[in-house]
Write a protein that binds this ligand. Structure first.
Ligand SMILES: Nc1ncnc2c1ncn2[C@@H]1O[C@H](COP(=O)(O)OP(=O)(O)OP(=O)(O)O)[C@@H](O)[C@H]1O
Ligand SMILES: [Mg+2]
Length: 177
């Protein structure tokens, strides 16, 4: 569905099937290994879908030290962690308006040299960079997850390589078509 900011209609759509918590961790670590300075990953999905869990694995892939335990930033809205490149972890659950994000200056991190990961990104609709990776996590009620994935060209090649290497992750895809 187009969220009104023109990304989803231009993006390649892919669905990923993660059969276990371990596969979520594997996928997250791989995203962290693939991340480049200035990347933005949006994590959508209901309460308890697995957004923070995936972010913890992304942090591992970025080589954030284990002593820097990545927890939900809900109360602080924002946490920064050191890694191969910095991780800017944001959680907009408690925010209601884009102006709150702008007042906090959080949009300025999107173009810095770290990886931005955003939980509840729909709160930031309209100010997110176009070239982002959007992941929507669905919880079918067990330890598996479906991830709907929309990405612009900056991510497309990297993910296509990943899925070529691990085709078992793919449920369906318009990549490479
Ligand atoms: N395959 C899986 N992937 C992700 N999480 C899983 C999986 N299987 C089980 N879980 C569990 O589901 C829970 C997900 O909680 P998590 O805090 O990551 O959700 P969240 O989307 O960040 O929620 P919130 O909206 O409250 O921030 C964790 O307890 C995690 O262990
Ligand atoms: Mg969370």
């Amino acid at each position: 569905m187009d969220k009104g900011d023109g990304v989803t209609d231009k993006a390649k759509q892919t669905s990923i099937h993660l059969k276990s918590l371990d596969e979520t961790r594997f996928f997250g670590r791989t995203l962290g290994e693939l991340a480049l300075p200035g990347d933005v990953i949006c994590l959508d999905g209901d309460l308890g879908a697995g957004k923070t869990t995936l972010t913890q694995a992304i942090a591992q892939g970025l080589q954030v030290p284990d002593s820097e335990y990545v927890t939900s930033p809900s109360f602080a809205v924002f946490h920064q962690y050191p890694g191969r490149i910095p991780l800017y972890h944001m959680d907009f659950y408690r925010l209601h308006d884009v102006s709150e994000i702008l007042d906090l200056g959080l949009d300025e991190y999107f173009s810095l040299s770290g990886l931005t990961v955003i939980e509840w990104p729909t709160r930031a609709s309209g100010i997110l960079p176009d070239d982002r990776l959007e992941l929507t996590i669905e919880n079918p009620g067990d330890d598996s997850r479906i991830i709907r994935c929309a990405c612009l060209p900056g991510w497309e090649t990297r993910l296509a390589d990943l899925f070529r290497q691990y085709p078992g992750l793919l449920l369906e895809s318009t990549m490479g078509h």
